[in-house]
Design a protein around this ligand. Structure first.
Ligand SMILES: Nc1ncnc2c1ncn2[C@@H]1O[C@H](COP(=O)(O)OP(=O)(O)OP(=O)(O)O)[C@@H](O)[C@H]1O
Ligand SMILES: Cc1ncc(COP(=O)(O)O)c(N)n1
Length: 269
């Protein structure tokens, strides 16, 4: 079985972060390991507390995973401090990690800030150049490219700036603002659109975490980047389309929408 590692924060509400990543990896057919960067006290309404692990401890988590169940792909999500980002960069380089998907998480759907300002600079300087693919949404891409994005042409321009500066592929997600559910993959000077049908579901907590983990899972299984993105778009459409409605705010998706239900049904009957 292929393996994937998520390096991210825990979401007590279960919809985003490590919890979304592990559910996504299981349902995309890979074995999931994790290195937790922070605990968040969080639900569908917001984040009420964040407790970072210290960088030495994160280093131990990464050593434990890499020296035993070596990951075929790595997904990086919420990392709120410079010290943690530097530790991740050091370990990924030391262990020659491959297929690295970096989701530059900055602000939760609920509006809570998940990264400090100085850490954004460290993310850019220390981590982005290790990425196989970066997966910013529009607000994140605006911060990284230092330009405003209001239409498709500007999505292309911003992705080009980011891709050339950090020498990696960029999947710029239109989901939030400009371009419906259509995402742009920019790599080596050329681009390709991945079209998705917008699903009218207000429960989008964890969509970014889920998409990046699905891409990591598919890369771990040996698919190329284009195929991994298109398979992941299908997966997220299925999870959103299952129309789960939990919690009082923007709720989680049903990551298990496609699990063969025989076992579950047997247990229920
Ligand atoms: N309503 C929707 N219908 C279909 N696809 C969607 C919808 N909303 C988002 N997506 C898709 O989900 C994926 C994640 O995009 P999104 O822009 O929501 O990420 P994000 O902002 O990083 O997420 P998060 O808020 O969890 O950090 C993208 O492929 C996007 O096109
Ligand atoms: C631990 C953690 N990681 C990432 C997100 C972003 O996800 P979203 O923007 O959907 O809230 C989050 N809310 N919590």
């Amino acid at each position: 079985m292929r393996t994937a590692l998520t390096i991210a924060g825990s979401d007590s509400g279960g919809g985003a972060g490590i919890q979304a990543d592990i559910k996504t990896m299981i349902t995309n057919g890979v074995f999931a390991t994790c290195a937790i960067t922070a605990l968040t006290a969080q639900n569908t309404l917001g984040v009420t507390g964040i407790m970072d692990v210290d960088d030495e401890f994160l280093g131990k988590e990464l050593d434990a995973v890499f020296t035993d169940i070596y990951p075929d792909a790595v997904k990086i999500g919420m990392v709120s401090s410079s010290a943690l980002i530097k530790k991740i960069a050091e370990k990924l380089t030391f262990y020659k990690a491959k297929n690295i998907v970096v989701d530059p998480v900055m602000v939760a759907t609920s509006g809570s800030k998940l990264i400090s300002d100085d850490a954004i600079e460290t993310l850019k300087n220390n981590l982005f150049s290790l990425a196989t693919v970066l997966t910013p949404n529009i607000p994140e891409a605006e911060v990284i490219s230092e330009m405003k994005i209001t239409n498709e042409d500007e999505m292309i321009e911003a992705s080009k700036i980011i891709s050339e500066k950090y020498n990696c592929a960029v999947l710029l997600k239109g989901g939030h603002k400009v371009n419906d559910a259509n995402d742009l993959l920019y790599r080596n000077g050329s681009y390709k659109w991945f079209y998705g049908k917008r699903i009218d579901n207000p429960n989008t907590h964890g969509t970014g975490c889920t998409l990046s983990s699905a891409i990591a899972s598919n890369l771990a299984k040996g698919y190329d980047l284009d195929t991994s993105v298109s398979r992941s778009k299908e997966y997220i459409s299925g999870a959103l389309g299952a129309m789960l409605d939990l919690g009082k705010g923007s709720g989680p998706m049903n990551h298990g929408f496609d699990i063969s239900s025989d076992y579950v049904l047997e247990k229920e009957n």
